[in-house]
Design a protein around this ligand. Structure first.
Ligand code: SF4
Ligand code: SF4
Length: 356
């Protein structure tokens, strides 16, 4: 039976709830490499409740620092709107300070792994995720137009650097397949512990809706299916099995969503009149503007300006997808390999690399 903690918390006192999560779900971290992954969807202020709040991240890092953790890495890969803007997103949200010196741009190095060929033969995953001994995922309590709930399983979409997220949106083609694809990404590296920032949550048309709710909770579990099902029940979804990603995750043996299979530590009181997005997200997935935007984000490719490029080779050496090679004196991209992570643009000392 899986356990889910539901603990009252504010941003001023969330250390207590985080410490309790570590007591209930003990982790061996002494001398180990631990990756902490908040939800850093895009550039946003803490008050917008789009990202995991810095107070929750700070409490988790503080706890790990007190446990003789070998190495702590805090990082995420922002989504379709701002991929590549890792540092800027952490700075703007206060997450950089909350990381207490442990931030790393996890988009800068990745490794290819086999994926579900129905979508794509191979994906590049942040090396820091694959190399970690322990992964701690910090989802935000939010709605999402395509999945209804964006919690533990959806937060793992951020292990993919660059435009792969946009490419997979496009390759999935419809909400049902998108939900299935998310579970396949989640399975590439199932995190060991999930701690959800549900102090202030988001309702309505998430994942970047202006409708916020004071919920006053921190949730935790070591099982994503049980945790996401509990989030769904808090949001008023009586049967979480209706959510396609949860049905698929259960089929894949990742956990159970029935209430009988979940031991609650704390009180589950559904949030009154919680506004859900339309179940299934068909309307959003079909919206031509959204489709065009996603398409445009998958087509960007780097191009070196011949007037500025000094052929220093920094971009070729450091491209995480090995997508750049010199053609005469200029770096050229292999569009099949490029994951549009923006690293070459960020690292070019001459500002010669553009994404067009
Ligand atoms: S070519 Fe540039 S944008 Fe493409 S994967 Fe390499 S570093 Fe990233
Ligand atoms: S890092 Fe910039 S200057 Fe150096 S080879 Fe690449 S594009 Fe040219």
């Amino acid at each position: 039976m899986s356990k889910v903690m539901i603990h009252p918390a504010s941003y001023e006192n969330c250390q207590k709830a985080v410490d309790r999560a570590f007591d209930l779900f003990p982790l061996e971290v002494e001398g180990k490499k631990v990756l902490v992954k908040p939800n850093v969807l895009r550039l946003a202020q803490p008050g917008e409740a789009i990202l995991t709040h810095p107070a929750v991240l700070k409490a988790v890092v503080t706890k790990l620092m007190s446990m003789n953790t070998g190495q702590i890495i805090v990082g995420d890969n922002p989504g379709v709107f701002t991929y590549g803007a890792n540092e800027a997103a952490f700075e703007k949200s206060g997450l950089m300070e909350a990381a207490q010196g442990h931030y790393q741009n996890i988009g800068a190095e990745s490794r290819e792994v086999p994926f579900n060929p129905e979508f794509k033969e191979r994906l590049s995953v942040s090396r820091a995720v694959l190399d970690a001994d322990v992964v701690i995922s910090l989802p935000k309590f939010k709605t999402h137009g395509l999945t209804v709930v964006t919690g533990a399983i959806k937060n793992s979409f951020g292990i993919l650097p660059g435009a792969q997220k946009a490419q997979l949106h496009k390759l999935a083609g419809n909400p049902a397949r998108f939900n299935e694809m998310l579970v396949d990404v989640f399975r590439l590296r199932v995190p060991d512990l999930f701690i959800v920032d549900a102090v202030v949550g988001m309702e309505g048309n998430g994942p970047a809706s202006p409708d916020l709710r004071d919920i006053g909770l921190v949730l935790a579990s070591d099982n994503a299916v049980a945790l996401d099902a509990t989030m769904a029940r808090l949001m008023g979804v009586a049967d979480p099995g209706q959510l396609r990603f949860l049905a698929k995750a259960r089929e894949a043996g990742l956990g159970e969503f029935s209430q009988e299979a979940i031991e609650l530590i704390g009180e589950l009181i559904p949030i009154a009149d919680f506004k859900l997005p339309p179940m299934g997200g068909e309307a959003i997935a079909r919206a031509p503007k959204i489709q065009e935007f996603i398409e445009s984000r998958t087509l960007l490719r780097p191009q070196a300006d011949p007037d500025k490029c000094t052929s220093c080779g920094a971009c070729v050496d450091q491209c995480p997808a090995e997508a750049l090679a010199f053609d005469e004196e200029l770096p050229r991209v292999d569009p099949e390999k490029c994951i549009v992570c923006f690293c070459c643009q960020e690292m070019c000392p001459e500002k010669a690399m553009q994404l067009l």
